[in-house]
Every structure is written in structure tokens, then in C-alpha cells.
Design a protein around this ligand. Structure first.
Ligand code: MN
Length: 394
């Protein structure tokens, strides 16, 4: 038996207890939690087969009351001595995609981001927000099958683009490859077709939160997106963090959203819509270039889930809905490079080099922290990806 050491200032103390899927050597992937720099095997700790599986889906499907009970049990168990075979050093494990992703929707919930993109994509329009933006959480359905875990290399996509000086479209590797720093929300328990998730019930349906990088090929996107929205400019890859921070751990991080004016329609209206006080950090080749603040997001996660089910579309265990790029009001809080460099016109310094969009070999890492219980800060792991050269396309 052993006890797990946790530094007093660790982002992974007993008030966090994120869930992830790990393997050691050739062993089969299974569910664990992170405590300090230790991964605790939950199948061994709790003696429950639902954790001896290669995704969190079966556990998530057990529902809110079970999530509460398991979290309480883990908290109690890790305070004492636990079996040696349940304990692995973080450095000794391989982390995997934590969920089998069902459907994926990406929203557009930051007013600062939506306004900046409006100015960049529609410079002749005096109103940067589209007329619908403050009435509904705008989103599009993305590609669930290309969500990958942190550390997976990202191959530069090829596609069509048409610059304003091009007479006809050309095909080739994207020359404006970008990131979008976001949070992703995992649906734990779904709804049948015809049912809805009211805003007041969303926090019993949302299991947890991951970091999310919606890699975006801006040149492909700019040519293809009218009138149906993003498609191949984003569907090639999205990176998530391996650790899922339970929404239960983030209750101390709840903050009011910015004032919602006009008042949303009744199915979206909340007495006090809540966001999350999560501070993100974006590092480009190790150099921090932005600190996006999630607390600035206009639409609440509860409103996003209510909206995506209000037409009776089913939701499923493993659904991911992402927030959209997190951007604050200041330049150094913008969560996408197209905003940070104003469409490439204002390069940023990355380790002494002037940069606009991603080059082959570049690496982007998103991290975050949020207030937890008892004055602790909670970490989210990281979402990292390195750009590999395009294969073919020339
Ligand atoms: Mn996005």
C-alpha cells in the first residue's frame, strides 16, 4: 500500500481529480485519475469494471448521481493508503483519447471573436456581428472522427483557396493555417430524439470539460464557407486535452456570463447564466502569445446544449460541443492567430521571429487553470500539436 504525494501548489490536488484514459507499456488502455504527478488506476482503486475500459463513455452514461458518488469515493480513497498496483508515475503512462466521440458541434460564443472575424471576413459591412448572433448561439456541425488527443501530429491540410487576386481557385497546402483556443464540453448522458435539454438541466447532462484546439485553414475556410459555413477548412483535425475536468470540480469557477442584451428567447433565458472563470494560455513554439479568458464568453454552456437539442435532435453520451474561439477584449487575449495578427497584417514575435500563420514544424500548446474548492487552482492538462508538412497537393 502507498500514499500519493501531492505538492501543496499542484494544479492536480484532490479538488480536481480529472478523468483520463491511460496505458502502461503494452497494457490495454483504461480509466484513471490524476493526482499530482501520479495517475491512479480507477479499476484497481474502486474495483469497478466500468473503469477497465478504453473510454469514459460507459461511466459517463451512468449519469449524474453516479458521477457524484464516484467523485466522493475517489476523494475518500486517495486520502488514505491505496494499492501499489493502482499507482503509476505520470511519466510512465501513455495518454489516449478519453472518450469515443459521438457527435461534434462547434459554437461561436465569444462576442469579441465573432466581431473580430466579422471585421476581417466582411470588411465592407459596418456591423461586425450578424443579425442572429445575440439571439442564438451560432454553431456548425463538425467532424467527430478527426478529434485527436494532445500530442498527435497535425498534417498541414490541402484544399482549394482563391485569393482576391486569383482569377480562379488553386489547390494546394494551406498557407494560412491557424488555431482556435477553446473549451470543449462532453455530454455525459444523452437524450432521445424528440426530447430537449432545458437550460436548467444542462449541468446534470454535461460530464466535464477539455481543452480544445480547432485547427483552422483560413484560406480554405474563406473560399468555402459561403453560404453553409466551415467545412474542410476545419474538419481535418481538432486536438483535445487527455484530462477531462469534471464539471463538478468547476462549481467554484462558475461566474456570470456578460450581460445578455437583448434577453434571449424563453428556451435560452436563464435567471443567472453561468460561464466559467478559466484562464487559458497559448504557447507558440514555447512562447506565450495569448491568454484567452473564458469568463468573457457571451453564451453559457447550458444555453449551447439547450440550443443544440431544442429542435428535438438527440444527444448522445460522448457528444462534444466546443465553445468557439475564446477571445477577450485585448490583443493579447485573442485565441486565434488570424485575430492576433489581424489577418496576417500585424505579425507577432515568436522567439524573436515575426510570425503570422503556422509554419511546418511549429508546435502549439494550450493550457489552462481555474479556481477550485478551498482556494486551490485546477489544471486541465494540455492540448498540444505539431504541424507536419502537407503530403501531396502540389
Ligand atoms: Mn472553432
Amino acid at each position: 500500500m502507498t500514499t500519493v504525494p501531492v505538492a501543496a501548489d499542484s494544479l492536480y490536488g484532490v479538488t480536481n481529480l480529472p478523468y483520463g484514459v491511460f496505458s502502461v507499456g503494452e497494457s490495454a488502455p483504461r480509466v484513471g485519475t490524476r493526482l499530482g504527478d501520479t495517475v491512479v488506476d480507477l479499476a484497481v482503486l474502486l474495483g469497478d469494471d466500468v473503469f477497465a475500459r478504453p473510454s469514459l463513455n460507459d461511466f459517463m452514461a451512468q449519469g449524474y448521481d453516479r458521477w457524484v458518488a464516484v467523485r466522493r469515493e475517489i476523494t475518500e480513497r486517495v486520502a488514505g493508503e491505496i494499492p501499489d498496483e493502482a499507482v503509476h508515475a505520470l511519466d510512465d503512462v501513455t495518454m489516449h483519447l478519453p472518450v469515443e466521440v459521438a457527435d461534434y458541434v462547434d459554437f461561436y460564443a465569444s462576442e469579441h471573436h465573432a466581431a473580430n472575424l466579422g471585421r476581417l471576413f466582411r470588411p465592407d459591412n459596418p456591423e461586425p456581428l450578424m443579425p442572429n448572433w445575440k439571439h442564438l448561439p451560432v454553431g456548425y456541425h463538425g467532424r467527430a472522427g478527426s478529434i485527436v488527443v494532445s500530442g498527435t501530429d497535425i498534417v498541414r491540410p490541402c484544399g482549394q483557396r482563391k485569393g482576391k487576386d486569383d482569377a480562379v481557385p488553386v489547390f494546394g497546402p494551406s498557407v494560412r493555417l491557424d488555431i482556435e483556443a477553446e473549451l470543449g464540453f462532453l455530454v455525459g448522458t444523452g437524450t432521445a430524439m424528440g426530447d430537449t435539454v432545458p437550460v436548467a438541466e444542462a449541468d446534470r447532462a454535461i460530464f466535464g470539460v477539455v481543452l480544445f484546439n480547432d485547427w483552422s485553414a483560413r484560406d480554405i475556410q474563406a473560399w468555402e464557407y459561403v453560404p453553409l459555413g466551415p467545412n474542410l477548412g476545419k474538419s481535418f483535425a481538432s486536438t483535445i486535452s487527455p484530462w477531462v475536468v469534471p464539471l463538478l470540480a468547476l462549481e467554484p469557477a462558475r461566474v456570470p456570463t456578460p450581460v445578455q442584451d437583448p434577453r434571449p428567447l424563453p428556451y435560452l433565458a436563464m435567471e443567472s447564466p453561468w460561464g466559467l472563470d478559466v484562464d487559458l494560455s497559448v504557447r507558440w513554439n514555447g512562447c506565450e502569445v495569448s491568454r484567452p479568458p473564458y469568463r468573457e464568453m457571451y453564451w453559457s454552456p447550458a444555453q449551447m446544449l439547450a440550443h443544440v437539442t431544442v429542435n428535438g435532435a438527440p444527444s448522445r453520451t460522448g457528444d462534444v460541443f466546443a465553445s468557439g474561439t475564446i477571445s477577450g477584449p485585448d490583443r493579447d487575449t485573442r485565441g486565434a492567430f488570424i485575430e492576433l495578427t489581424w489577418g496576417g497584417a500585424e505579425p507577432v514575435s515568436v522567439g524573436g521571429e515575426q510570425r503570422t500563420f503556422l509554419e511546418d514544424g511549429d508546435e502549439v500548446t494550450i493550457t489552462a487553470s481555474a479556481p477550485g474548492a478551498g482556494g486551490a487552482r485546477l489544471g486541465f492538462g494540455e492540448a498540444t500539436g505539431r504541424i507536419l508538412p502537407a503530403t501531396g497537393g502540389d
